[in-house]
Design a protein around this ligand. Structure first.
Ligand SMILES: Nc1ncnc2c1ncn2[C@@H]1O[C@H](COP(=O)(O)OP(=O)(O)O)[C@@H](O)[C@H]1O
Ligand SMILES: [Mg+2]
Length: 248
């Protein structure tokens, strides 16, 4: 990758290199390590998108949300097919949740999980509200991959290229389906964590019946996509357990 000369001179960068390439099915996402003339090291993320229209959508949303104060990476500049953004140091939400599960092997920690759940729900609720203010439409994230969020002391979100008009229940439903099916799938801890999250979501006024349908729909898609079979009986069993607090 080549960083623009103007950016290099403004930021007083003397040299830089691609330190690593992140896992990405859709795009090329690189971690850039740069050294400033004073010897300090700084990191950036360079994202190359194959689809120009999607890239513009993503940059527009990142800029808008950043200005409004939502925790998203800052965009430094863009060119025809790529853009450079702030590197957020921390665990992805997937790494974080995987660690929580390990740490809570002996004892489920309801309180510390709640902190995370509310941070996450506050972030997405603010996202929906701000984007509604901007577009007048109910835009959802769609890509609810847990690697699209980074948890430090704060929660950051990104990857907006697939945003579209839809209902929030779809986002939460897909989030839960992903969470439940990451390896090892359907553990007791994952079921309890999801149930705790759904209880919180109920307080935010989401339609739980719709979320249940969306989770089931995503289980079927996952079966097709990954070739891992989630038979009907297992789907019903898991849904029964995560919604055990809810009578419809
Ligand atoms: N600003 C950032 N700071 C830290 N890591 C990032 C940042 N942006 C992306 N990443 C890492 O790169 C991965 C892929 O980036 P993402 O924007 O989700 O692109 P994709 O469209 O390929 O999913 C993320 O899952 C995350 O691990
Ligand atoms: Mg992503």
């Amino acid at each position: 990758m080549v960083i623009k000369d103007e950016f290099l001179s403004n930021e007083k960068i003397s040299e830089y290199e691609v330190e690593k390439v992140f896992d990405s099915k859709k795009n090329t996402v690189e971690l850039i390590k740069a050294t400033k003339t004073n010897g300090n090291e700084v990191y950036y993320v360079h994202k190359i998108l194959s689809n120009h229209k999607k890239m513009l959508k993503e940059i527009e949303l990142l800029n808008y949300l950043f200005e409004k104060g939502l925790d998203v990476p800052k965009v430094y500049y863009e060119d025809e097919e790529s853009f450079l953004i702030e590197y957020i140091e921390g665990e992805t939400l997937l790494e974080h949740i995987t660690r929580l599960e390990k740490e809570q092997k002996e004892k489920f920690n309801y309180r510390s999980n709640n902190r995370l759940i509310y941070k996450f729900l506050n972030w997405i609720e603010e996202f929906y509200e701000l984007v509604k203010e901007k577009t007048g439409e109910n835009i959802i994230l769609e890509d609810m991959n847990l690697r699209n969020f980074i948890y430090t002391d704060k929660l950051y979100g990104f990857d907006f290229e697939d945003c579209h008009v839809g209902n929030k229940e779809r986002d939460i439903g897909r989030f839960c389906a992903f969470l439940l099916t990451y390896s090892f799938a359907f553990t007791n801890w994952k079921v309890r964590f999801t149930r705790q999250m759904l209880k919180a979501v109920e307080d935010y006024g989401y339609d739980l019946d719709l979320i249940r349908k969306e989770i089931d729909k995503e289980f079927i898609s996952i079966t097709k996509r990954r070739g891992t079979k989630i038979p009907r009986s297992l789907r019903d069993l898991i849904l029964g357990r995560v919604f055990s607090f809810y009578n419809g």
